[in-house]
Design a binder for this molecule. Sequence first.
Ligand SMILES: Cc1ncc(COP(=O)(O)O)c(C=O)c1O
Length: 308
Amino acid sequence: METPTVLSLDGQIVPWEQGTVHVTSAAFKYGASVFEGLRGYWNQTDQQLYVFRAPEHLHRLEYSQRFHRFDTIYDAATVSSHMVDLLRAMDCRSNVHIVTTAYLKGGANPGVTGPVGLAITAVERAAPDWVKNGVSAQVSSWMRVPDQAMPMRVKTTANYNNGRLAALQATADGYDAPLMLNARGKLSEGPGMCFIMIRGGKAVMPSITNDILESITRETIIQILREDMSIEVIERDIDRSELVAAEEAFFCGTAWEVTPITSIDRLKIGNGQPGPLTRQLQKHYFGICDGSITKHAEWRLPIHDHRA
Ligand SMILES: Cc1ncc(COP(=O)(O)O)c(C=O)c1O
């Protein structure tokens, strides 16, 4: 995976090395920045890069900026146009992970707002082994920050220190990923992904009032499960003690895509292998993302212009 040569800064394509912020900025000192991670999927037959659910992500970026009372807001259409410019300038022809960040450039104290910057990066991203083999999860002793303290539904950079501590603990203890409980002791999510389990043939997941991000992948999967796979979906509280009763479990998110969970706290989920329904869902999800399944064209933003 090579470091790209360029990125987009305030709508200008600049050399990678120029992607810097000042040490006195509120973005650096307080994590006063909001972001979105998106995926671009390369389709060899179509010779096309499709960015998955771009408007939904970029509207959420707008919402995050509004929530943080930024003086000026980078709207979804503007960010989308800068993102397309970057991907075309880079002539991206492989799967990429795109990050769009709106951040406070100045500000000497935590109360201030001020000039807002926009950075967009796109880095090549190959499919990780965990999507194929699954991961081991640990129920973390780090609690998910509750909405009264820092809303997890807003994609604020500072939020991610909570999940980072849980991820560090999981790694130190020999697990692949953490699962966090919220202040009520109910399951919330992982550091950058949502949780779904299959129990009694139904898909069960924490509802959006369990201190989780309102994940676009989660919503996509709910729709696929209901409409394409005729699986009943239930959004409700999940207790820790219920986890190993699951027949199958998986993480989902833009970065984690659909990643099987094969054990939790060293107790096997199902037979300890990625489950059949998870496998079927993965196949369908990736097909929709890269356009090899033509359904849901409205979810794919084509980047390269073939009209010439
Ligand atoms: C904390 C958290 N939960 C869930 C997700 C999944 O959200 P989405 O599907 O919108 O990428 C993410 C995002 O990447 C995340 O950071």
